[in-house]
Every structure is written in C-alpha cells, then in structure tokens.
Design a protein around this ligand. Structure first.
Ligand code: SAM
Length: 313
C-alpha cells in the first residue's frame, strides 16, 4: 500500500465513498450510485462543471473521469475539521486531488461567493445543500450568475400540500425545507426555464444503507487502528456503539475513530423485513419502495426532488 493511499485510508472523516482503485474506497457512505439515481447528466464531456457543496469531491472527480473540463468544486471549505452546518474540511478533497493527479479547482467560499470565480458553467450540481442555506434568494441569484447551461438542484423538499412555503424543523440537523415551487419561482425570476421537477424515491438508498452497514459494538479495550493491517495505535476504554462505513479484509472503519478488527467488536447486521424479502423474490421491489415512500411522506411531510433548469440567454 503506497503512502498516499495510507494517508487516505487513515483520514477518519470521509463523508463520501470514492473509488480509489484496486478495491479500495474512501470510508464515507454517500456513493457514486447517486449520480444515476438523481438523473445527473451522463454526457458532460468537454463541458465546464461546477459542483456546489462538493464536500469530499465525489461528483467533481466523477465529472473529471467523464471528461468534463474545467471543473470547480465549491464548498465552505475550512482548514480545520468541519461540521456540515458551517462548512467542511478541505483536507479530504485535497488528499484526493493529489492522489488522482486531478486538475479540479477548489473554491473555498461556497455558493454566496460564486462571483469570485468570474466564470459561467455548462453544468452545475447543487446536491443536498439548499437545506443548509439561510439565504435561498441570494443563493439562487448567485447560481444564475454562474450558469450558462443546466442546473440540477436536489434535496429534501416540503410537500406542496403543506400550509407553509418554507419551514425550519425543530431538532433536525438541517436548517430549512422549501417547497419545490418556491425554488422554481426563484429560478424563473433569475432567468431560468424549468425543464423538470422529478420526485426521487430515496427508499432504495435508505434500505441499501440499512442492509449493508452493520452496527458495531465496540467492546471494552477494543483496539483502534489508524490503518487496516498495521499495529494498533491506541486502545479504547469504555464501550461505545458506532456504525461502520467500510470494510477492508477483517477490519471495519468506524467514522471519526479509525479501524477495528472484526474479532475485537460485536457486529450485527439488520435483517431486511419479510415484505422486502418477499418483494425481492417476486420481482416487486419497486412497488414495495413506492409503498415505503408513501408512508415516509405521510409521516414526514417532505420528500426528495430534483429540479432541472436551463439558463435562458
Ligand atoms: C449534506 S452535504 C452534501 C454534500 C454533497 N453535495 C453530496 O451530495 O454528498 C452539504 C454540503 O454543503 C456544504 N455547504 C454548507 N453551506 C454551504 C455554502 N454556503 N456554500 C457551499 N457549500 C455549503 C457543506 O459544507 C457540506 O459539504
């Protein structure tokens, strides 16, 4: 394992799961399946590309592999460990930029400062960030400044039947939920035409997470390794429960902590429900997912949408 790969695997804070080759990935969870799942464009070859809220750079590096050029990854990047509410550390994306020998440009000041780029882009992705924005009007205005083509805005949105246009839920780690119509009218006001507003059923992603990621109970004196296959760095005192994000050989990665050997922890996988198993066997998973989505919407009053719009000249 070369030194660069070691540095990437020992970085504890990946949020996104990015392919590194030879079966290795970063230890985050959000992965490349989203590109297709959210109907992002397949053909970005030769197109200028802006990834807003780029985080660890998943979509930016994917766009580079698909031939987009130039590519700007914008986030509220900080030099220190970030939290989602007020930005993200740029350590991860910088490690990967070096590893991939990538030409992506990193913009550290986020959506409210896109004017600093002095550029207009053919394709802009805005995935899972509008829920974190306080000033949505300024954000869409800046999007218009930076666009000369298509924008894809995807997130959780309030159902149109809700009585309020926007809402800030209590006790949720997000700041705001909007109705799709609030965003589409802001887009129109700023010179976009709306191409499509498509509901995204997130249940397959949720279930995939649920089935594939085990719960890990860290036993007292569990050894924490900085890297899989190396000597342990320190021993954890006290038992904590954590979710693992990634497995390499006999090691699991625990977010923010490091690697643990499977013999030192108690691992349990969630069992899919009988309905899931039956629907899978009978080829009716899509109906099952629709049913779950219906229940989700009734309970939460919001769901996921992707809005595609084109800038008019
Ligand atoms: C939920 S994450 C989504 C990351 C990525 N787009 C994805 O789909 O996996 C939200 C991201 O938005 C970033 N963010 C928050 N405020 C921002 C702003 N004003 N401008 C740009 N990015 C921002 C956070 O730092 C974080 O990386």
């Amino acid at each position: 394992m070369n030194e660069q790969l070691q540095r990437i695997l020992s970085y504890p804070l990946w949020r996104q799961c990015i392919d590194l080759g030879n079966g290795y990935t970063t230890t985050g969870r959000v992965n490349k399946a989203l590109w297709k799942g959210l109907h992002f464009p397949d053909d970005v070859k030769g197109k200028s590309f802006l990834d807003i809220g780029a985080n660890d750079g998943l979509f930016s590096f994917m766009a580079e592999q698909k031939g987009a050029v130039p590519i700007v990854a914008s986030d509220l990047y900080k030099d220190t460990i970030g939290s989602m509410e007020d930005g993200w550390s740029d350590e991860g994306i910088n490690l990967l930029k070096e590893y991939f020998n990538s030409n992506i440009l990193i913009h550290k000041n986020g959506i409210y400062h896109l004017n600093e780029l002095n550029m207009q882009f053919d394709v802009i992705l805005v995935n899972h960030i509008i829920n974190w924005l306080d000033d949505i009007e300024l954000a869409i205005k800046n999007l218009a400044l930076a666009s000369k083509g298509s924008v894809y805005i995807s997130d959780g949105f309030l159902l149109e039947t809700n009585l309020k246009d926007s809402i800030t839920p209590e006790n949720m780690p997000i700041r705001s939920l909007y109705k799709p119509s609030v965003i589409t009218s802001l887009l129109k006001k700023n010179g976009f035409k709306i191409d499509a507003v498509t509901e995204i059923n997130y249940q397959p992603f949720f279930i995939n997470d649920f089935i594939n990621f085990p719960t890990i109970k860290l036993n007292e004196h569990t050894k924490i390794y900085k890297l899989p296959f190396t000597d342990s760095d320190f021993i954890l005192s006290g038992a904590v429960k954590q979710i693992s994000y990634c497995k390499v050989g006999n090691f699991y990665h625990v977010f923010q902590l490091g690697w643990v050997h499977k013999n030192d922890v108690t691992v349990s996988y969630y069992k899919p429900s009988k309905f899931y198993t039956l629907s899978k066997l009978t080829g009716l998973l899509n109906i099952y997912y629709s049913f779950l989505n219906y229940k989700f919407k009734r309970k939460n009053n919001y769901t996921y949408f992707i809005i595609k719009a084109t800038k008019l000249n």
